[in-house]
Design a protein around this ligand. Structure first.
Ligand SMILES: [Zn+2]
Length: 341
């Protein structure tokens, strides 16, 4: 939840500038479309916008975050804030009709009324037509914000009646900094920001203990590749529960790929690209055991596995095979892709 516009500026500078300027100049539009990819916090910016409009003692166009109104917006319980997000693929006409009926009544509370429509590309022709009527005459203190990840699926008649604000994908560095601020290690923050450019998913992964477990498993596997008397495949047996969940498998394989890329980066003398920065020592030792070509070949093996994951394959077997290839290469320097047909 955003507390002020300065926080929005970090990730969506353009949007922040347009909205704060229009508030400063008293030229706030009654209909907005917030469009942009998943995880760009469109909904939270819309709620901050509503909070700013409803706050009883705003300072420099920022909400006070203390008054009764601010607190009710934070809890999503303010009676003048409507969030339209029905389940299902279509927003039906009845949903919009009942909203209009609600807005036509005298409100229980003074002040502006704001409604947000989540995934506004779900309108069908008849609900869109109903909505268009309110867009033509929204009422003096009624504000509407349509939120979408599929801007091009919106009807042009809707687009032409609203001011569109474009939310940009969030820069990787910003996600990384954000996660570090929340207490994550630099290495793990690095890796999560590589894995997703969706801030909400990144935060979810950072909070999930399993992400760290997978991270530790991957570092353990590569550390074991240095030791002749320790099998990295055994580590996998201890962690077989990751195979119960597609998302965990995907993270696990991606982390293996990032680690292997780090080894390749070391070999190519582009150490700045290393993501597992707390593993630099191990990465350096492993890099010395194999040739550049081998480093590339292992990476290719992993990328091929990523493609195979889309089919119904035996995961344990597939990963065992991959680790066996790595073991032969890193431990005994006997694997080369060109050996196999
Ligand atoms: Zn307030």
């Amino acid at each position: 939840m955003f507390k002020n516009w300065e926080e929005v500026k970090n990730t969506q500078e353009g949007v922040e500038r347009i909205l704060t300027n229009s508030m400063r100049m008293n030229r706030v539009s009654h209909s907005y479309i917030f469009e942009g990819p998943k995880g760009t916090r469109k909904k939270w910016v819309a709620i901050l916008f509503a909070k700013t409009l409803l706050c009883t003692s705003p300072k420099d166009n920022n909400p006070c975050n203390e008054c009764h109104n601010c607190r009710r917006v934070d809890n999503l319980t303010h009676p003048n804030l409507f969030i339209i997000d029905p389940p299902g693929k279509v927003i039906k006409k009845e949903v919009i009709s009942s909203l209009i009926l609600e807005l036509s009544k005298t409100s229980l509370e003074n002040g502006p009324r704001i409604y947000l429509v989540i995934d506004a590309d779900r309108f069908n022709q008849s609900s869109a037509n109903t909505l268009l009527k309110t867009m033509e005459e929204p009422g003096q203190e009624v504000y509407q914000i349509l939120i979408t990840e599929n801007y091009h699926s919106l009807l042009s008649t809707i687009i032409s009646r609203a001011e569109t604000l474009h939310f940009l994908p969030i820069n990787r560095k910003i996600i990384q900094k954000h996660l570090i601020k929340q207490g994550l290690s630099e290495s793990l923050a690095n890796i999560i920001s590589q894995y997703t450019s969706d801030l909400d998913t990144a935060e979810k992964l950072a909070r999930n203990k399993e992400t760290e477990e997978i991270y530790l498993l991957v570092t353990e596997i590569f550390q074991n590749l240095l030791l002749k008397d320790q099998s990295s495949i055994i580590s996998l047996y201890h962690a077989d529960k990751i195979f119960n969940n597609n998302e965990s498998v995907d993270i696990f394989l991606n982390l293996l790929i990032y680690y292997q890329k780090d080894i390749l980066s070391y070999k190519l003398n582009v150490e700045d690209f290393i993501m597992f920065i707390d593993q630099k020592e191990t990465i350096a030792k492993l890099a010395k055991r194999i040739s550049k070509i081998q480093a590339q070949e292992y990476l290719e093996e992993m990328l091929e596995l990523a493609i195979k994951l889309k089919y119904n394959i035996n995961l344990q077997l597939a990963f065992n095979r991959l680790l066996m290839i790595l073991e032969r290469g890193y431990k005994y320097a006997t694997y080369s892709r060109s050996d196999t047909v």
